[in-house]
Design a protein around this ligand. Structure first.
Ligand SMILES: Nc1ncnc2c1ncn2[C@@H]1O[C@H](COP(=O)(O)OP(=O)(O)OP(=O)(O)O)[C@@H](O)[C@H]1O
Length: 249
């Protein structure tokens, strides 16, 4: 179990698509100041868990709790207002806009709701600096490497000053060097109190960054624990060996 204060919890969420149970009675928790991993082979249900947490997907049963409050019925925008932000596996950026404008637009939307007053340019600059994007701020997103475009997505999410940041395969397409810088940035964000949840296929990265890891296989939670516990779990080894064998067939 996480050591920080639990911010988000799912209690027995189940999601079905027709006859297929994509997520089966899943309990996961994410704590303030910690990076939590959500891993599993392709199709295990990771993105569907994210979608259920952020409100894009309604569960057939189970509950989502934020700060102990049941938010299962809340819309994605209400959840965002309560401090959730996410990135997507497929980049959802404005390719013809600059890095700065892609980041700025998220703050612009937030400001237009009138809920928060802040200097948009100042906050944009702070977030660009924080995420190491200042040197490419004026380049169009279509012109930058995909690994850095992933960081632009994270920067955009940070514009809303979230308490929980859900990242769907943020290191995919990054070079080794980009991933090292990215890892350091995530560690820094968590040290400031942010709860981070990472869906990622780069297992060494997950093992290095996460204090708690939840493992899904065919929609079911097969293990939760520290990296050391996960590495030794027979269920996890079996799930991943199964994938390796399938990949070599
Ligand atoms: N909108 C949908 N309609 C029908 N089936 C879906 C839908 N979304 C996901 N699924 C199915 O649910 C299961 C879980 O998918 P999901 O994308 O959550 O897995 P994942 O662990 O994120 O996979 P990956 O690592 O490949 O991204 C899969 O069998 C998938 O085909």
């Amino acid at each position: 179990m996480p050591e920080g204060k639990t911010l988000l919890e799912t209690r027995g969420i189940t999601v079905r698509f027709g006859g297929n149970t994509a997520v089966d009675d899943v309990h996961v928790a994410m704590a303030e100041g910690e990076i939590t991993g959500l891993i599993g082979p392709n199709g295990a249900g990771k993105t569907t868990v994210f979608n259920t947490i952020t409100g894009l997907q309604k569960p057939a049963s189970g509950r989502v709790l934020l700060d102990g409050d049941d938010i299962t019925g809340l819309s994605p925008s209400k959840r965002a207002r309560r401090g959730m932000a996410r990135t997507f596996q497929r980049l959802e950026l404005f390719l013809s806009l600059s890095v700065r404008d892609n980041v700025r637009v998220a703050g612009d939307i937030l400001r237009s709701t009138g809920r928060e007053r802040f200097d948009l340019d100042e906050r944009t600059d702070q977030v660009l600096e924080r995420t190491g994007l200042t040197d490419i701020a004026d380049r169009d997103v279509s012109d930058i490497p995909i690994g850095r475009a992933r960081v632009v997505e994270v920067a955009r999410a940070l514009m809303t000053s979230p308490r929980l940041l859900l990242l769907d395969e943020p290191a995919s397409g990054q070079t080794e060097g980009e991933t090292a810088v990215f890892a350091e940035m995530l560690t820094g964000l968590a040290a400031e109190g942010l709860a981070v949840c990472l869906v990622e296929h780069d297992l060494p990265l997950v093992m290095k960054l996460c204090s708690t890891i939840h493992v899904l296989d065919y929609g079911a939670l097969i293990a939760s624990g520290t990296p050391a516990e996960i590495r030794e779990s027979p269920e996890v080894i079996a799930a991943y060996i199964g994938t390796e064998e399938a990949a070599h067939e």
